[in-house]
Design a protein around this ligand. Structure first.
Ligand code: GTP
Ligand code: MG
Length: 345
């Protein structure tokens, strides 16, 4: 991926002899980036390129952010080869160094906001659910986490003009609570063809935490030809919590969870997509298990999530969502309802 600044700088150097300096790295926007294929990387022959593609790596950025050990594992390469490829991809993807604040601003300008179609929720989030972000929705059982997942999956398929992303959704279902019938109800609520909506929501049941982590790689593989705009993991923590029991397993669990979150965040960055994960709260309010209104996952998850929404039930079928610890928005609450047609003001 050569950059806009390189192209521009080249022309300027040709026109101006004083300009001989190496151009600064600027993050390219998608439409400006000229096609550099993985086959163009030095040391990557057709066979290696094929291996990389089969493992789901078809662009430079995806390669550049890998660790040699992981790339070697996933693409079945030697670690030395993997190291070389990553090095080359880093150079060509131009992500090896610092970028200027205005370049970052440029990348932030690509951020899209998905409307919940509930005014109070969108207002709370400063306009909607952002791409390039990881949103954690947590709350007690029955608080409406899965309902939000279903609703946003439907909304993601809406055209941009209606607050959607005209996008495809990947839904990792760990608790067997994804219901196509519910998607159908919500689609009808907008007067949409339910089958058309369902065809853009790709669902996989995760049977354990290792499978859940592998499914993220599967998303990379399957995303060719799709406009991946949202990844949902409902629930992020249930398998981890069930499998890694007791203090002795905690460090191991947190390490795995951290890895999983990094992989998810990478999908969000590469696709300019939104990642939404759901999480339970601690159920046993004793010293060992902590505050019953605190989400599971501790610091690892708190650090990884860009936005955290705490859901709870209120009287008369109303729901309350609370925004917690946002980097650039005030904490606050909003009220909404879950109806047959979906979330409403
Ligand atoms: P756990 O996964 O068990 O932790 O809960 P959750 O937070 O995912 O809860 P979920 O999103 O499954 O919310 C379930 C609640 O949504 C139900 O108790 C209902 O109040 C509401 N709900 C689900 N479907 C409908 C529906 O078709 N109509 C209405 N009015 N409410 C619904
Ligand atoms: Mg649920």
């Amino acid at each position: 991926m050569a950059t806009k600044s390189k192209k521009k700088a080249k022309i300027e150097i040709e026109n101006n002899e004083d300009l001989q300096e190496e151009p600064l790295a600027v993050m390219p926007t998608e439409d400006e980036a000229p096609e550099v294929k993985i086959d163009d990387l030095p040391g990557v022959g057709p066979a290696t390129a094929e291996k990389l593609r089969e493992a789901g790596f078809d662009d430079l950025l995806a390669l550049a952010v890998m660790s040699p050990g992981d790339l070697a594992d996933q693409a079945e390469l030697g670690e030395a080869v993997a190291t070389k490829i990553i090095g080359a991809a880093k150079k060509m993807a131009n992500i090896g160094g610092f970028v200027s604040g205005d370049a970052l601003l440029e990348r932030r300008r690509e951020v899209l906001k998905l409307s919940s179609k509930v005014q109070s929720i969108d207002d709370l989030l400063g306009g909607g659910f952002e791409t390039q972000a990881l949103v954690e929705v947590y709350g007690a059982f029955g608080s409406g986490k899965t309902q939000i997942g279903h609703q946003l999956a439907v909304n993601c398929t809406l055209p941009m003009s209606e607050g959607g992303f005209d996008g495809d959704v990947f839904y990792i279902d760990t608790e067997d609570t994804f219901r196509p019938e519910r998607i159908t109800q919500m689609a009808r609520g907008y007067g949409l063809d339910p089958d058309a909506v369902l065809s853009r929501i790709h669902v996989a049941r995760a049977y354990n935490s290792a499978h859940q982590m592998l499914l993220v790689d599967e998303i990379k593989r399957m995303s060719k030809g799709l406009n991946v705009k949202m990844i949902i993991v409902d629930s992020l923590t249930s398998h981890f919590r069930a499998e890694y029991i007791g203090r002795g397993m905690l460090a191991n669990r947190q390490q795995k969870l951290n890895r999983h979150l990094k992989d998810l965040k990478q999908l969000a960055d590469i696709n300019n997509a939104l990642v939404l994960v759901t999480n339970q709260v601690h159920s046993k309010p004793d010293a060992m298990w902590g505050d019953p209104t605190k989400p599971i996952g501790g610091h690892v998850l708190a650090h990884a999530s860009t936005f955290r929404l705490y859901l709870r039930k209120a009287k008369a079928g109303r729901r309350i969502a609370r925004l917690v610890d946002s980097p650039n928005l005030p904490d606050g609450e909003c009220v909404y309802q879950v109806t047959q047609e979906g979330l409403r003001d």
